[in-house]
Each structure stands twice: as structure tokens, then as C-alpha cells.
Design a protein around this ligand. Sequence first.
Ligand SMILES: [Zn+2]
Length: 315
Amino acid sequence: MGPLTWHGDAVNTAERVLAYGGGWLDRAGELRTDPARLSALLTDATTVVLPLWRDRCLVDGNGPVRLTAERASLVRSAAGETVFLGLDGDAAVFAADLSALSEQSAVEMAGVARAVDVRALVGRLEPGEAAVQAYARGLLHWHRQQRYCGACGAPAVAGGGGHVRTCTGGECGRLLFPRIEPAIIVLVEAPDRPERCLLARHAGAPEGSYSTLAGFVEVGESLEDAVRREMAEEAGVPVTDVTYQGSQGWPFPAGLMVGFRATAMSEEIRVDGVELLEARWFTRAELRERVAEGRPLGRVDSIDHQLLHDWLAED
Ligand SMILES: [Zn+2]
């Protein structure tokens, strides 16, 4: 896919766009409720269809394919759901889910070489392309998980260009919207000098592998409440001065990562031994040493990486 048009707020230069984010498509929400227009767009010569197979994009030698014309129509006819992602200039962009096919059939139908997770490609893709593929992945994933109404159990059918499902149970008829699961991710600073930050080894992480602390927001909590609770629960560290740093859509499958900084009220650490196996304070010099040894600070495409590098850059 070629570079996409930026539709974000160009004035707000303070906002940093992390991997998978940004207004790369005009989401054109008004078209979702215009089935006649959407159906006309589907067969337009400029329309692009992105085929996906079970959370993976379908790639040829140049990266994820964008199909047009006959190939697009063929893929749509075999797809479980085809959803409207938005407009790239005047061209409509749809995503089609080939998950019901075998991997080989999906690959052949799309005329590509293989199926690959966008996260494995992120360093090599244009930012807009990674963002649109992640958006398609998350939306199609939701359709596969929301085939039935959770209230009455009747089948739910897609509508609104793929941005809503409607329960077909006569008296129920609930509207089901794509779910997003917010999580907080926090760089905790020590209360006193020397300046240090708190990193932890999470359950399942290899020896010597540390990252920032994170957790899901619970029902009825503000994001700040979740930061205070998670830090106290997982690391035994009460925190104050909870400050928003930025956010990142993380549709793998349904996350929204919200980054914070906070200051510990005490240096004492008491990990829960379940989610965290170990946690300790690191100075900037220690973190730089780890980077020099070739140990990355978080995934390169994640807000975790950004929080740590921002902190390192302050001294
Ligand atoms: Zn229902």
C-alpha cells in the first residue's frame, strides 16, 4: 500500500503518534449509515479491499496486498465479513475476512505468498499501512468473537459498514458495538535521588527481562484509579502524581494502552509473585548499559518503549 493521507490534527504537534496509531484514513462515519453508498463503493473501480486471515495480513513480496477490481470481488464473495474502514482520499478501503478458509485457500484466493501478523512486519511498513492493518485486524477479530448476542443468545448480524452488530432475537434486538479493553501502563519513578524507575519481570518473561508495569482498568475505575491500584497490588508500591503521557491503540485483539508516569511514595517493593516475579529500581545509567548490551527496552512498536526512552532522554 502506498503512503496514506494524514487525517489527524496537524496542529497538535505535541501529540506523538505511536505505531498503529494516527488518522491515516478518513473513517467517514457518515457512510456507515448509508447502505446504498457503501454498496456502490464496494464495486467502484478505485475501491481497495484488504484481505485478512485469522488476525494476519496477506502479503506478497511488497508487503500486505491491497486488492482491487476482480480479485477484490472474488475475495469479498468468499469472505465471512467485509467491513468498511474508511476513505483514503476518494478511494474507499474495506477489509475482508477469509478466516473461514484454510490458510492455503486464503493465500491462493488473495494471490499472495503468505499470511503474517502485522506486528511481525511493523518495522518495515509505512506507519499508515501498519495502522490500517491493525485497525482491520481488530475490527474483524471482534466480528468473529461477537457472532451471538450475549444477552439472549440469538445470532447477531453485522451492519453499519461493519461497525455494529444487531441481535436478531425478536424482543431483544440489542445493538452490539466493537469492544475495547483499556489498560494502563506506567513508568513509576522513585521518591528520592538518585533518579530511578521501577521495572519488573513479569510472569513468563525470561530471566533478566524487565519492563514497565501494566494492568487492565476495572469496572467503575478512572484510569488514575487503575494506576494506583495496579501498582499497589502487583508491586506493593503506593504511587502519587499520576500523570498522563499518551495512548496507543493496541488491537491485538482489543486493547487501548494508556501511558502514565507516577511517583512512588516509598522505595519498598513487595511483588505479588503471581503477575510479577520480581521488580527493582533502575538508574538511567543501568538502563543505558542494558541497551548497550543489546537488551531492548520494551517492544519497539509499543508505548512501553516510548515511556522508557522519554525518561532516558531527560538526563
Ligand atoms: Zn439478544
